[in-house]
Design a binder for this molecule. Structure first.
Ligand code: AHZ
Length: 312
C-alpha cells in the first residue's frame, strides 16, 4: 500500500474518500479535507435510547449482586478500584459516586493550583499507573492533578468487571445481625442502599421516593471527610451504635496525617472497610491538606483488606 504516515496518497486517497462517503472511513487520515461531502451513518432516535438504556439496565441487573461495592469515586476509592479490578478480573466491582463527575477532590492539587504532590513511597503507585512525575527527593509532583485522576479513571473504567454508577448516592447501608461473644448487637454490612443523587437531594420536599439496593459481602467506603455528603458510612455506624462516637477530623499536620490514614485503613465493622479521609472522622486523625500519597496508598490497602476479608 502507498502510505506515507499522513494518510493514503494519490489514487489510494481517492478510494479512501469513497469509502468515507459510504460511512466506512477507517482512520481520521482517510477523512482529511472531505467535509463538503461529509455525512454520518444513519440513525433513528430510538436506537440511541435503546443503546443506552439496555446497557444501563443490564448493568443494574448484573451488579444488583456485586462482590465488592466502593462508595465514593475520589482518589482513594478509585485507587482501590484500580488495584481490585487489575488483580481480580473475576470479581464484580460496583463504584457508587454521588457526583456526576467522578474524581472527588483530585482534579486540583491544593487551593486552585494544578500540580499534585505525592510523598514517597506513593511514587510507586504513579509508576504502576503510568503517570509521569518530577522527582523532588522525598516527594514527587504530577504536573496536573487532572492527569492523575483522568489516567486513573480511564484505567478503572476500562476494566470489564468494574461498573461506575455516577450521579448515584448511597443513602444507607444494608445490615444484618452478626452477634459476637463480646458484642451481641454487632452487625455486618451486606450491601448498600442507593438512589439517584437528584432524588436524594429532594427527600425534604417530595413525598417518599424509595431507594434501590445492591447486595455485596464487602463494601469499601471512601466518601471523604464530613460535609454535605462526606463521611457517610461511618456516621451511619454511629447511629446504629456500632461505633460509640466519631473521633472527628483534626487540624492539618502533613507529617503525621498521611501515615495515620494509610495505617488505619481497615475493616471497621464486619464487611465494611473504610479508607481515605472518611477514616479521619472515625479515628480523629489529622488532615494532610494538598498531598495525595495517602489517598493512593490507603486505596491500595483498602483493596488488600477487602480481598483478605472476601477470601476468609
Ligand atoms: O462525591 C463524593 C466524592 O466524589 C463521594 N461521596 C460522598 N458521599 C457519598 C455517598 N454516596 C456516593 N453517600 C459519595 N458517593 O465520595 C467521594 C469522596 O472523594 P474525596 O476526594 O472527597 O475523598 P478521598 O478520601 O478520596 O480524598 C480526600 C482528599 C483530601 S481531603 C484533604 C484535606 O481536607 O486535608 N486532603 C486530601 C488529600
Amino acid at each position: 500500500a502507498t502510505t506515507n504516515g499522513n494518510g493514503l496518497m494519490g489514487i489510494k486517497k481517492d478510494l479512501a474518500v469513497k469509502a468515507m462517503i459510504n460511512g466506512q472511513a477507517k482512520t481520521l487520515a482517510e477523512m482529511e479535507n472531505k467535509w463538503e461531502s461529509f455525512t454520518f451513518a444513519p440513525i433513528r432516535e430510538s436506537q440511541v435510547s435503546r443503546a443506552m438504556t439496555r446497557r444501563y439496565f443490564n448493568d443494574l441487573d448484573t451488579y444488583a449482586e456485586s462482590d465488592i461495592v466502593i462508595v465514593g469515586a475520589g482518589s482513594c476509592g478509585l485507587s482501590a478500584a484500580y488495584i481490585l479490578g487489575k488483580q481480580r478480573p473475576d470479581l464484580k466491582i460496583a463504584i457508587i459516586e454521588a457526583g456526576v463527575a467522578p474524581g472527588g477532590g483530585a482534579w486540583l492539587g491544593g487551593q486552585l493550583f494544578s500540580a499534585m504532590v505525592m510523598r514517597k513511597p506513593a511514587d510507586v503507585f504513579l509508576a504502576d499507573l503510568g503517570v509521569p512525575y518530577e522527582d523532588e527527593g522525598d516527594f514527587v509532583v504530577v504536573k496536573h492533578a487532572a492527569l492523575f485522576t483522568s489516567t486513573l479513571l480511564s484505567r478503572v473504567l476500562s476494566y470489564p468487571n468494574v461498573k461506575l454508577f455516577n450521579a448515584t448516592t448511597v443513602e444507607d447501608l444494608i445490615t444484618r445481625p452478626s452477634p459476637t461473644p463480646t458484642n451481641p448487637s454487632a452487625i455486618s454490612i451486606a450491601g448498600v442502599v442507593t438512589n439517584w443523587t437528584l432524588v436524594s437531594m429532594h427527600h425534604d420536599d417530595q413525598s417518599c421516593m424509595d431507594p434501590n439496593t445492591i447486595n455485596a459481602p464487602l463494601v469499601i467506603s471512601t466518601t471523604g471527610h464530613d460535609g454535605p455528603f462526606g463521611a457517610f458510612s461511618v456516621k451511619r455506624l454511629v447511629s446504629m451504635q456500632q461505633i460509640e462516637k466519631l473521633g472527628g477530623m483534626r487540624g492539618l499536620d502533613m507529617q503525621s496525617a498521611e501515615d495515620a490514614i494509610v495505617k488505619g485503613t481497615r475493616e471497621v465493622v464486619r464487611g465494611l472497610v473504610v479508607g481515605g479521609m472518611e477514616l479521619s472522622e472515625v479515628d480523629g486523625a489529622n488532615r494532610m491538606g494538598p498531598t495525595f500519597g495517602a489517598m493512593a496508598l490507603s486505596g491500595v490497602k483498602a483493596a488488600e483488606e477487602a480481598l483478605r476479608v472476601f477470601e476468609e
